[in-house]
Design a protein around this ligand. Structure first.
Ligand SMILES: [Zn+2]
Length: 71
């Protein structure tokens, strides 16, 4: 049929998307775990509130602005 090249390309794109979503999902799952134990929204270094602005941009953040916002 001659469509095999296009199908391969779509498969590669789907794989790349799954990779990206996979890492995001892992971060979100970790964030959900912290919601459950009550540490969500607190910096893992200093224990201060990470802040709504940071969490709005990085919902899975585990550190405050001063400590580098990871996640
Ligand atoms: Zn901090």
């Amino acid at each position: 049929m001659g469509d095999e090249g296009a199908a391969d390309e779509a498969a590669v794109e789907a794989e790349q998307l799954a990779d990206r979503l996979g890492s995001d999902l892992a971060a979100l799952e970790a964030a959900l775990g912290r919601v459950e134990d009550g540490s969500y929204g607190r910096c893992e270094v200093c224990g201060e509130d990470i802040g709504d602005e940071v969490l709005a941009e990085a919902p899975a953040a585990v550190r405050c602005h001063r400590h580098g916002v990871t996640g």
